[in-house]
Design a protein around this ligand. Structure first.
Ligand SMILES: C[S@@+](CC[C@H](N)C(=O)[O-])C[C@H]1O[C@@H](n2cnc3c(N)ncnc32)[C@H](O)[C@@H]1O
Length: 285
C-alpha cells in the first residue's frame, strides 16, 4: 500500500505531526494483527450493548470492528486522516458483516475534529490506540476527544512506550534501532515514550477522574518472533519510518540495512524475547 498520510503543510505548527510509519504493508501487517483483546483489554469491561463509540486513528480498523461487535447495536465510527487505510478498514468491515459490517469509517483528523463533522458530545466512548504518540499536541487531542464524548462518557487511550521496550538477546543493531526510532519519531513531531506520559497528559487536558494502567505485548514463540522481527526488518528498510530516517539525515540506507539484519538475527535466536510496554488511561469527568 502506498504511503498516504500527508506531510504537514509548511508552517502548520506544533499541533501537526507526520505519522512516521505511514501505511506500508509491513506497517499494516502489524496493525491488522491487533484485536480488542490484545490491544484494548483495559476498556472491554466498560463496554455495553448499545454503547456509541468513536475510534480515533483507527488505521485498518481491526480493533474498531472488534469493538463494534461488542457494543452492537451501538453505533461505531472510525476516523483516520489516511483515506487509503480507511478503504482497507471498509473492506474488512464488509468481509466480516454483522455488527462489524455496520461500522462506519470516515476521513478525519482529531486535531481538526470539525473536518469530519462529528457531533460534539455524540459518543459514549472515544477511544484511540497508539495514536497520541504520533501527535504534535496530544493534550489538545485529548481535549478534542473529551468534547466529542458525552459528559458522562469515557475517553480511553493506550500508547506504547519505546524507551520501556525490552528484549533479549541484544544485538548491537537493535540498540541502534531503539535510539534511531526515538530520534526519527521526535523529529516527526511525536513522542515515542508516550505510554508513561498519558496519565499526565490526561490531567493537563482537564480530566478529573482518570484510571491509569499498563499492559504489554510479548513476542517469544518462534512464529511470533518471525512475524515481529520480520515486520520490523521490513519497516526499517521500506516504510515511512525508513524514508524519514534517510531524508531527515538520521541514518543511511546502509545503516538501516544493518538494523534490519539485527532484527532478523534477533528473530532467529531461540531465546529471543521482546516486550512492548503500553500505558493506558480511562478518563471520565
Ligand atoms: C499506529 S497507527 C494505529 C492504528 C490503529 N489505532 C491500531 O492500533 O491498529 C496510528 C494511526 O493514527 C492515524 N493518525 C495520525 N495522525 C492522526 C490525527 N491527527 N488524527 C487521527 N488519526 C491520526 C494514522 O494515520 C494511523 O492510522
Amino acid at each position: 500500500m502506498p504511503e498516504s498520510t500527508p506531510a504537514p503543510a509548511p508552517g502548520a505548527g506544533a499541533r501537526t505531526a507526520v505519522y512516521a510509519h505511514g501505511h506500508h504493508t509491513s506497517v499494516l501487517r502489524s496493525h491488522r494483527w491487533r484485536t480488542a483483546e490484545n490491544s484494548a483489554a483495559y476498556l472491554l469491561p466498560h463496554l455495553r450493548p448499545g454503547t456509541n463509540l468513536l475510534d480515533v486513528g483507527c488505521g485498518p480498523g481491526t480493533i474498531t470492528l472488534d469493538l463494534a461487535e461488542r457494543v452492537a447495536p451501538g453505533d461505531v465510527v472510525g476516523i483516520d486522516p489516511a483515506p487509503d487505510v480507511l478503504e482497507t478498514a471498509r473492506a474488512e468491515a464488509t468481509a466480516r458483516g454483522g455488527a462489524a459490517g455496520k461500522a462506519r469509517f470516515v476521513t478525519g483528523d482529531i486535531t481538526e475534529p470539525e473536518s469530519s463533522a462529528l457531533p460534539t458530545g455524540g459518543f459514549d466512548v472515544v477511544h484511540a490506540h497508539q495514536v497520541l504518540q504520533h501527535l504534535g499536541d496530544p493534550v489538545e487531542a485529548l481535549r478534542a476527544m473529551r468534547r466529542l464524548c458525552r459528559p458522562d462518557g469515557m475517553v480511553a487511550v493506550r500508547d506504547a512506550d519505546y524507551a520501556a521496550m525490552t528484549w533479549w538477546p541484544r544485538p548491537p543493531a537493535l540498540e541502534l534501532w531503539a535510539a534511531l526510532y526515538r530520534r526519527v519519531a521526535r523529529a516527526a513531531g511525536g513522542e515515542p515514550d508516550a505510554g508513561r506520559r498519558l496519565w499526565g497528559w490526561a490531567r493537563e487536558a482537564g480530566f478529573t477522574d482518570i484510571t491509569p494502567s499498563a499492559s504489554s505485548w510479548c513476542f517469544a514463540e518462534p512464529a511470533d518472533r518471525e512475524w515481529w522481527g520480520g515486520l520490523w526488518a521490513e519497516r526499517c528498510t521500506a516504510s515511512g519510518f525508513a524514508r524519514l530516517a534517510v531524508t531527515g539525515g538520521h541514518a543511511t540506507e546502509e545503516e538501516l540495512a544493518a538494523i534490519a539484519a539485527g532484527w532478523r538475527e534477533w528473530a532467529a535466536a531461540e531465546d529471543g524475547w521482546f516486550a512492548v510496554l503500553h500505558g493506558e488511561v480511562l478518563c471520565r469527568g
